[in-house]
Design a protein around this ligand. Structure first.
Ligand SMILES: [Cu+2]
Length: 408
């Protein structure tokens, strides 16, 4: 007797990644030998030491459980269920936890999965850090890789207000980070984008093994083993970044703390002021490329900084219940918003639209697809980026989560 489990309703290994938001799954009896009636199976997690944890749901609205009992029809038809990472128990490596289906002591199916979560960069294990750095360096490929598109997207988008200074700032950057993260996952599916919590000291991040250390002129140097030493943009090797604060003992300069940011207000029109402080303040806590919009995305640190901005938005959304695009307080729908910043607008460059008021080019093509979820689709709209956990509409789930932001 055997059963078959499909995670995210797909057979491919690249679909076997979970976050805190429930993923749809299916189980069926694939070999009914020996069975004479429906077979009762119990789903549970089998985790390696320090591996991820799982929870199961019979339906989306039901409470999460450590185990779930299901009757599998004899005719091999499919039963649906939902599975998610257990909050606080993310994976450390690919496949370090399995969904197991047992009938009594008989194991009928086992599928290794990963609870793939965006973590505080300061808490990564050396192995997690090295995998991230390696995937990022490969995306750059000494300046010849696809990373050049991401550099160009940010530069060109900034030049025509597609991404900054307007309410779509958070949505645009959420899509941008997701696109980059999915490209990293095409290189190494066990990688998630870590965040730099810029209101805290980060001694583990500004090190030779991770994002490098800066000399007084801002030249960043790396350990001999760190492939970021070959990082190159615009035909120039190296990174210029000059922290104006002590990275080992301080956070960024004069910026709102996390608690202060979350207290900006319950209405998006108040919360969106985070674009100036702490977001802008974090950027200008350095000299070098990260301190101005036109060059910021040349520095890998940009993506960890913005992952924290996105995480702050996620925290705010959860605190005030602001996932529903049709809720007035969840977005700034001022009628004077320029194109690209209204909820139903598609966002450049993924929409491929060029010519004023959009930029003259649209680098990078469609947003990278994922086998874990169909959202936000190849040409995301501003509104597609709000319900990232699928709280309002399960199909809107974007497939990422943060280590300290629960599901709904
Ligand atoms: Cu920024």
């Amino acid at each position: 007797m055997k059963a078959e489990i499909l995670v995210n309703n797909r057979p491919e290994p690249a679909s076997r990644y979970l976050s805190w938001a429930p993923s749809p799954a299916r189980i069926r009896l694939s070999d009914a030998t020996g069975a004479t009636q429906a077979v009762k199976v119990t789903l549970s997690a089998e985790s390696s030491p320090n591996g991820g944890g799982l929870v199961f749901f019979s339906a989306l609205a039901s409470n999460p459980k450590a185990t779930l009992t299901i009757q599998l029809p004899l005719d091999g038809s499919t039963v649906t269920f939902f599975v998610a990472g257990k909050f606080g128990k993310p994976s450390r490596s690919d496949g370090d936890v399995s969904i197991v289906a047992k009938s009594g002591a008989n194991k009928l199916a086992s599928v290794a999965v990963m609870v793939r979560i965006r973590k505080n960069a300061a808490t990564l294990t050396p192995a997690e850090r090295d995998r991230f750095v390696d995937a990022f360096a490969r995306l750059n490929n000494r300046g010849t890789g696809r990373f050049a598109d991401f550099r160009n997207m940010h530069v060109n988008g900034a030049a025509s207000a597609q991404a900054h200074g307007n309410p779509g700032f958070l949505s645009w950057h959420r899509a941008y980070l997701l696109d980059l993260e999915r490209e990293l996952q095409n290189i190494d599916p066990g990688v998630a984008l870590p965040y730099w919590r810029f209101d805290k000291p980060a001694p583990f991040i500004f090190t030779p093994e991770f994002l490098g250390t800066s000399d007084p002129l801002g030249t960043v140097s790396f350990a001999q083993t760190n492939p970021l030493q070959f990082w190159s943009t615009d035909g120039v090797q190296g990174i210029n970044r000059r922290p104006l604060f002590n990275t080992a003992t301080q956070g960024g300069i004069n910026l709102l703390t996390e608690a202060q940011t979350l207290a900006l207000g319950a209405d998006f029109v108040d919360f969106e002021n985070l674009e100036g402080d702490p977001h802008g303040s974090a950027h200008v806590s350095f000299g070098g490329s990260i301190s101005s919009i036109g060059t910021a995305a040349k520095d890998p640190l940009f993506f960890l900084l913005h992952a924290n901005v996105d995480r702050l938005w996620a925290k705010w959304q959860r605190k005030f219940g602001r996932f529903d695009p049709s809720m007035a307080a969840a977005y700034d729908s001022s009628p004077s918003n320029p194109i690209g910043h209204r909820l139903p607008d598609t966002m450049w460059p993924w929409n491929g639209v060029t010519g004023a008021p959009r930029p003259t080019t649209a680098p990078g093509g469609a947003l990278a697809a994922s086998l874990c979820t169909a959202s936000p689709g190849p040409k995301p709209r501003v509104m597609d980026c709000l319900d990232y956990q699928g709280v309002i509409s399960p199909n809107a789930r974007l497939g990422f989560d943060y280590d300290d932001v629960r599901f709904r």
